[in-house]
Ligand binder design. Structure first.
Ligand SMILES: Cc1cc2nc3c(=O)[nH]c(=O)nc-3n(C[C@H](O)[C@H](O)[C@H](O)COP(=O)(O)O)c2cc1C
Length: 309
């Protein structure tokens, strides 16, 4: 699965992955659910993003919010807009999501989930999944939540085994994933720190998880999906890597010119992908792409990369 990543996995990037990489599942970026009494529970931009699948690849719509009433209403609205699969974000560690009761922040008050999870399950007709950290400040908290997820007939969980307060520090502790897989009858998707095919195969082996979700590693190098599928742990050579970079960034540039407005916004969005890349062999190219101020120069640099990898 391609991970949901706010600011990165927009509809254009998902479309490119769907036609080029074909992950088994795609996720939307999180959609914020407005609290309180409102007729605009989900933004019109988010509603426009909802489709059951992208070029045949199932699209999971991810919701983030805090009250049961608002999240249940949003799940209904998303379904009416065409969502076939809905995911609840219980992992996001930033801003109000940590201090407030939303995203990973809800794990501070796990008793709230007793009402929320069954209520969402009741209205969600397609798959209902949960993406979460291993706990708020204790990485064993997940084990106390499993009975609720099972009795609510959640379809699968995606586990990123860091705590919420840990944010992205330290490493994902997949020994926890392995214990969760042992403890629960639910399918578990392992997520966190999978950067190479070797990492992914090791996590599958160590945890017994039924699948993987790839985030930063796949944004930096989409062909990671392909190598994992083929169990190919060799490193791509310089020519292959240059060809991948050229194709990936030129396709994204083309698609972003249709999705976003204004040269600086388009370039900023493409550069947020370049920022995830670290490849010592292409250090010079990556640095120049990051500094570019015009789309024309960005394209010229891509041509240079293709012509002289
Ligand atoms: C820039 C960024 C945006 C993210 N946005 C979301 C999001 O919208 N929803 C979500 O559940 N997780 C989000 N995440 C977390 C990722 O989905 C994933 O769980 C995390 O990055 C660990 O996986 P990785 O090591 O493969 O990147 C985000 C992570 C990053 C770095």
């Amino acid at each position: 699965m391609l991970a949901p990543m706010q600011g990165l996995t927009n509809s254009a990037l998902r479309n490119l992955f769907a036609v080029w990489i074909k992950p088994d599942t795609l996720f939307t970026e999180f959609m914020r659910v407005a609290p309180g009494d409102t007729s605009r529970r989900l933004s019109s931009t988010d509603l426009n993003d909802i489709v059951p699948d992208e070029q045949g690849t199932p699209l999971v719509v991810q919701l983030i919010g805090h009250s049961t009433g608002a999240l249940v209403a949003a799940a209904r609205i998303a379904q009416n807009a065409g969502a076939a699969h809905i995911n609840l974000n219980l992992g996001c560690p930033f801003g109000r999501m940590t201090t407030g009761l939303t995203g990973g922040g809800i794990l501070q008050r796990p008793e709230l989930l007793q009402e929320l999870i069954p209520a969402m399950r009741d209205v969600i007709k397609g798959s209902f999944s949960i993406k979460l950290r291993s706990g708020y400040n204790n990485n064993q908290q997940i084990f106390s939540l499993l009975p609720l997820f099972e009795s609510s007939a959640v379809d699968f969980i995606v586990l990123h085994p860091r705590t919420v307060i840990q944010e992205y520090n330290g490493v994902a502790n997949h020994a926890i994933t392995a214990n969760v897989v042992k403890e629960t009858s639910l399918p578990v998707i392992a997520n966190g720190d999978i950067r190479t095919a070797e990492d992914g195969l090791a996590v599958l082996e160590e945890t017994g998880a039924c699948g993987l979700m790839l985030g930063r590693g796949a944004i930096a190098d989409p062909l990671l999906f392909k190598r994992l599928r083929e169990k190919d742990t060799s490193q791509p050579d310089r020519i292959e890597r240059a060809a991948m970079l050229y194709y990936y960034l030129s396709e994204i540039l083309k698609r972003y010119q249709n999705l976003f407005c204004g040269e600086q916004q388009i370039l900023g969005k493409v550069k947020s992908i370049v920022a995830t890349m670290s490849d010592p062999e292409f250090d010079r190219h990556i640095k120049s792409l990051k500094k570019t101020r015009t789309i024309r120069r960005f394209s010229e640099l891509l041509d240079e990369l293709k012509g002289d990898p």
